[in-house]
Design a protein around this ligand. Sequence first.
Ligand SMILES: *[C@@H]1O[C@H](CO)[C@@H](O)[C@H](O)[C@H]1NC(C)=O
Ligand SMILES: *[C@@H]1O[C@H](CO)[C@@H](O)[C@H](O)[C@H]1NC(C)=O
Length: 432
Amino acid sequence: METKLVLVIVVVLAVGAAAEYVRPPPRKTIHFPWDPKPTSYPQQVHISLAGDKHMRITWVTSDKHSPSVVEYGTSSKNYTSRAEGESTSYSYLLYTSGKIHHTVIGPLEDNKLYFYRCGREGPEFQLKTPPSQFPVMLAVAGDLGQTGWTKSTLDHIDQCKYDLHLLPGDLAYADYIQHRWDTFGELVQPLASSRPWMVTQGNHEKENIPFFEDRFVSYNSRWKMPYEESKSSSNLYYSFDVAGIHAIMLGSYTDYDESSDQYNWLKADLSKVDREKTPWLLVLFHVPWYNSNYAHQGEGDDMMAAMEPLLHAAGVDVVFAGHVHAYERSVRVFNGKPDPCGAVHITIGDGGNKEGLAHKYLDPHPEWSVFREASFGHGELKIVNSTHALWSWHRNDDDEPVRSDQIWITSLFGSGCLAEKGHELREMLMQP
Ligand SMILES: *[C@@H]1O[C@H](CO)[C@@H](O)[C@H](O)[C@H]1NC(C)=O
Ligand SMILES: *[C@@H]1O[C@H](CO)[C@@H](O)[C@H](O)[C@H]1NC(C)=O
C-alpha cells in the first residue's frame, strides 16, 4: 500500500516536471466595432483619488455643450449631491478629441458604495471608495495596451476584490493614433469607473513630434491625476495617501536631476510624510532601476543615480516599475546590492500589450534578483497592517490567473531602519 502511494507520488511529480510551461504567443489588438451613441452620452468613464475624501470623475462626450456635472448618492437613482467640474479638449494633427470632463466629487465616506451619473445622461455607474484603514488591496499591472491578453489581465483583476489600481506607465499603446486612446478608455471603463485608477506615464504616452506636437498632450488631457492636490506643478509626478499608504508616482521621461522641479517636489513631498499615519511608502515609475532582462537594460541608470539615495534615505518599502514586458522581483536592495534597509523592486510591465514578452535574461542572475519570468499577468498587494503585506503575482496561464510568486513583505516602519535613516533624510532634505 505504502509503496504504491510512493509510486503514485513519483509518477505525478515526473509528469508535472515533463509538462513544461509553454509560453503563449502575443495576442491581436482587440477589434472595437463602431457603436454610435448619442453625442451627449458619457464615454470612457474613469475615476481617480483627488485629495482627502474626494474622487475625480473623468469622461468624454462628443457633444461640446454637454455639462461637466456629476450627480451622486449612496442609493441607486437617488442622487442627493451634485458637483460641477471643468473640461478640456485637444487637437493632435488631424484628430480633435471629444470634450474631456474632470469633475471632483466629495467629501465621500470611506469604504462606501456610491452611485453616480455623468452629464445628466446615460447609464448609472457605481464606485467604491477605498477604506481609511488596513487591510487594503492594491491591484498592479503596467504596459496594458488593448489586446486579447489585456482583456485576460483585466478579467483577472476584476475577480480580485481590489480597492485601487496602480499602473506604472504605458496605458493605451495609442502611439500617435489618437482614436486608440478612445478605444482604450472604453476597454477599461468597466473597471476604471468603479475603482480609482492611479497611473503614471510611460514611453508610449510621450507621442511628441518635434515642432508639431508636445509631449504627453493626450495623456495629460485624459488622465488627470491629483498633482495639484499634492502640490506638484506637473501631472507627470504626484503623490496620494490611501489607508495608511503614501504612494509617490514619478516620471521617467521628465527631468529628475538634483536641480529639477521633480526632484525638488519629491524632497518637499517626502518631508511631509508621517510614517505614524502612513507606515507604508510606495513609489511607482515606468523604467525599472533593477532589471536583469536584456530588454531596456541600463535605461533606468541615470534616474537611479539621481534619485535612489533620496528614496533610500526616506525608507521606501516597495518600488513598482513597468517597461520590461516580464515580471521580476528583487530582495530589499540599494546601490546594486542587497540591503535590508533598501526597497523591494518589482517590475510588472506584463499587462498584455501588443509588443509581446521580453524573454532573454542576463545569466547568471544578479544577487538581488529572486524571481523573474516572462509571462503576462498582474500583481496584488494586500496590505494587512502597518508591518505586513502579502504580495502575489498572477500569471495569465491558459486564461486562468495562476498565482506564480507570493511573498510576505514587512515594512521598514516595523524595523530599525527608519530611526537610522531619519538623520540622513533630514540632511538630504535640507540641502538647497
Ligand atoms: C433618497 O435618499 C435620501 C437620503 O439618503 C433619503 O432620505 C430618501 O428617503 C431617499 N429617497 C428615496 C425615494 O429613496
Ligand atoms: C500584522 O499581520 C501579520 C500577518 O497576519 C501578523 O503576523 C502580525 O501579528 C500583525 N501585526 C499586528 C501589529 O497586528
